[in-house]
Design a protein around this ligand. Structure first.
Ligand code: 6GU
Length: 266
């Protein structure tokens, strides 16, 4: 997969040299190109922003600079000038939510272009212009406001990168993820333990040492349900009752958790 990232702070992307993503780059699984947006600003001050039309606080990133930057990145693409085109991702708190499902979808793309805005954002005509040529998505990583898109891009690149073939050591790891389609749907993962069996007086739950795979699986599911109810009640509320057995229902009752009424059609 090729990744192009355009930002006024290329230094933010130093972590992409490290760990799983760094190894994927060394192996050639990921081909990352980070660009300085100011390279396409032509005045002496390398200006990338201006005041917003209509007034209001903050500054807006200028369309001409972004246009030249994106045109140049597209023209230098992996398959040459007449090759494929990237899918463009614009991080912004007003975008569609990033999710494991979107990460899976992006992991299937050969080429992603991330356009990092700062200040109040990028002049909207940039997204309009490229929407006629590329798939453009404005994406938010959560309901809070960051100072710029750079950290959001690091989040998305890590979430996508670890799904690429050969990036995770254990192929099952990505399959078992909370939120992975086909995993324990709508349940987050429960607690994990390793040696020693007793640490500062805290014991590893005996069932995990029992060697009884059925009991271990049951216990893990119970713990996943407990944690989901405690930490993510909105996920728990979306559990399809048809995916629950009698044991699950009894546990939810003990936790005083009210399931959605069964679909009348069933
Ligand atoms: Cl993608 N960008 C910024 N600047 N803030 C955010 C965000 C993105 N997602 C949540 N907050």
């Amino acid at each position: 997969m090729r990744l192009d990232i355009v930002s006024i702070f290329p230094e933010y992307f130093a972590p992409l040299d490290v760990s799983l993503i760094g190894k994927a780059r060394e192996r050639g699984t990921l081909d990352v190109h980070v660009h300085q947006l100011r390279d396409w600003a032509h005045d002496v001050h390398k200006t990338v922003d201006d005041t917003p039309y209509g007034g209001g606080p903050g500054m807006v990133m200028k369309p001409e600079v972004w246009g030249e930057a994106i045109d140049t990145v597209i023209a230098a693409g992996p398959q040459g000038p007449d090759g494929g085109l990237p899918r463009m991702i614009v991080p912004t708190p007003s975008g569609r939510p990033f999710s494991q499902e979107l990460a899976q979808e992006l992991a299937g793309e050969p080429w992603l272009l991330f356009a990092c805005g700062r200040y109040e954002g990028i002049d909207s005509r940039v997204m309009a212009e490229y929407s006629s040529r590329l798939r453009v998505d404005e994406v938010s990583i959560g309901d809070y406001v960051l100072a710029g898109g750079e950290v959001a891009v690091l989040v998305m690149v890590e979430a996508v990168g670890r799904l690429l073939p050969g990036v995770l050591g254990n192929a099952q790891s990505a399959v078992d993820d909370s939120f992975a389609p086909g995993s324990m749907q709508n349940l987050v993962e429960g607690p994990v333990y390793t040696k020693p069996p007793v640490w500062r007086g805290h014991e590893v739950p005996a069932v995990l040492l029992s060697g009884h795979h059925g009991n271990v699986a049951r216990w893990r599911r119970d713990e996943a349900i407990r944690r989901t109810v405690r930490n993510r009640p909105e996920l728990a509320a979306a559990i399809d009752p048809a995916t629950l057995d009698k044991h699950d229902r009894k546990l939810l009752e003990e936790l005083s958790f009210r399931l959605q009424p069964e679909d009348m059609a069933n």
